[in-house]
Design a protein around this ligand. Structure first.
Ligand SMILES: Cc1ncc(COP(=O)(O)O)c(C=O)c1O
Length: 388
């Protein structure tokens, strides 16, 4: 067993989690509810994170921040890990990934413009489009196609009003990891039709079965010139409360436009967060392989368990820590099912209909916790479902 797994098994117990302070995941519902609904890991953060935070506090890093070394580390990560030819001049620090989705939409769209996005998607993508009074145009993801982007169907969605294509790779909520061919198809369309691509790659570290993450902007200078690549540290390192993210646009016009939209409203992130980000990006790569190994076991276990439950069908996610079971066989809506599981099973899941127009019939089940807690959550689901 890896020391990561030992540490998780020792520290991520139900008793410890129920006393966890400052965590939405563990405090939104009654303490006896198992939260398999919040996309946030329960794992102890790397010790380097705690050391960096303590040092920043002891050094009284509370002023307007000045951390050029963190911006350099983000640029270095963008180049070496994501393969995008870029420098620190091409990036903007943002307080988490969600603001980047909003900034990209506000920059690229005016009212009436059209945005193409997957028909199952993380909710804030949809809210950002609504906010600017643009129109979401959904590319239908199909279970029988393993949730891939179908390039021919995508082409049919382009109109004169299309301005932006949203990519979420790896994809929340289906766990799909996009192939080079799919990304190349999207890139060709964006270049041919002069569209901007906003690519949320927040889950890029969590990839299973030896697959590789590919950034769409790494495919060549033409598509890099059209792409806003979006990164953050919340999912891998359990740092959502630190609000750390960055976006990359090698096209100066796009980056300047986004900076203008951000104005004085969004000004990077806090000094403590920037100190932590530096430690993560320069010292914490060692944390990722045992994390992914642990998650892959949970993925296999969760997929197997869910598929043995009556009327539940789930595919095996290629990345992320999201399971997306089809529960339509029960004849309940997704919202009725998640309510039922919460009330009867004391287990919290997310209603799939909150994830776009084809999310009805699905539940989102999040599993980055200990094996014991995940097992308890699945036992409760199974028992509640057996009563239906
Ligand atoms: C695909 C995706 N993008 C963005 C976010 C939010 O990221 P952040 O907490 O960095 O704003 C999430 C959180 O679940 C997510 O799954």
């Amino acid at each position: 067993m890896s020391s990561f797994a030992e540490n998780v098994d020792e520290k991520v117990t139900l008793e410890n989690m129920m006393q966890k302070r400052g965590s939405q995941k563990w405090n939104t519902y009654d303490p006896d509810v198992i939260p398999l609904y919040f996309c946030s890991p329960d794992y102890p953060v790397p010790t380097e994170v705690k050391d960096a935070a303590s040092k920043a506090i002891n050094d009284e890093c509370f002023e307007y921040p000045w951390f050029p070394e963190t911006v350099e580390a983000m640029a270095e990560t963008t180049r070496t890990k994501y393969g995008i030819e870029s420098t620190a001049e091409d990036l903007m620090v943002v307080p988490g990934v969600m603001p980047s989705l909003w900034l990209s939409t506000m920059y690229a769209c005016k009212p009436g413009d059209e945005v193409i996005l997957p028909s199952m998607i993380f909710g804030p993508f949809i809210r950002a489009i609504d906010y600017v009074n643009a129109k979401p145009v959904y590319h239908e993801l199909r279970q029988e196609e393993n949730w891939r982007f179908d390039i021919e169907r995508l082409k049919e969605l382009i109109t004169k009003k299309t301005k932006l294509i949203f990519v979420c790779n790896p994809h929340n909520p289906t766990g799909r990891v996009m192939t080079k061919e799919e990304l190349k198809g999207i890139a060709d369309i964006a270049v041919d039709h002069d569209l901007i691509v906003a690519s949320d790659e927040l889950h890029a570290d969590i990839i299973y079965d030896g697959r590789k993450h590919i950034s769409i902007a790494s495919l060549g200078p033409e598509i890099a010139d059209k792409t806003i690549s979006i990164y953050g540290l919340s999912k891998t390192f359990g740092l959502a409360g630190m609000q750390i993210g960055w976006l990359v646009a090698t096209n100066k016009v796009i980056l300047e436009g986004i900076n203008k939209v951000a104005g004085d409203l969004i000004q990077g992130t806090t000094s403590i967060s920037l100190a932590i980000a530096h430690a993560v990006l320069t010292k914490c790569d060692h944390y990722i392989p045992p994390l992914v190994e642990y998650l892959q076991e949970l993925r296999d276990y969760g997929t197997k368990r869910l598929n043995t439950m009556n009327n539940v069908e789930v595919g095996s996610p290629e990345g992320t820590y999201v399971l997306w079971p089809n529960i339509s066989g029960y004849g309940l809506s997704s919202s009725e099912m998640s309510e039922y599981l919460l009330k009867t099973g004391r287990v919290a899941t997310t209603d799939g209909s909150r994830h776009g127009p084809t999310g009805e019939g699905y539940l989102r089940v999040i599993f980055p916790t200990s094996k014991t807690i995940f097992n308890e959550g699945l036992d409760r689901m199974e028992e509640a479902l057996s009563k239906l």
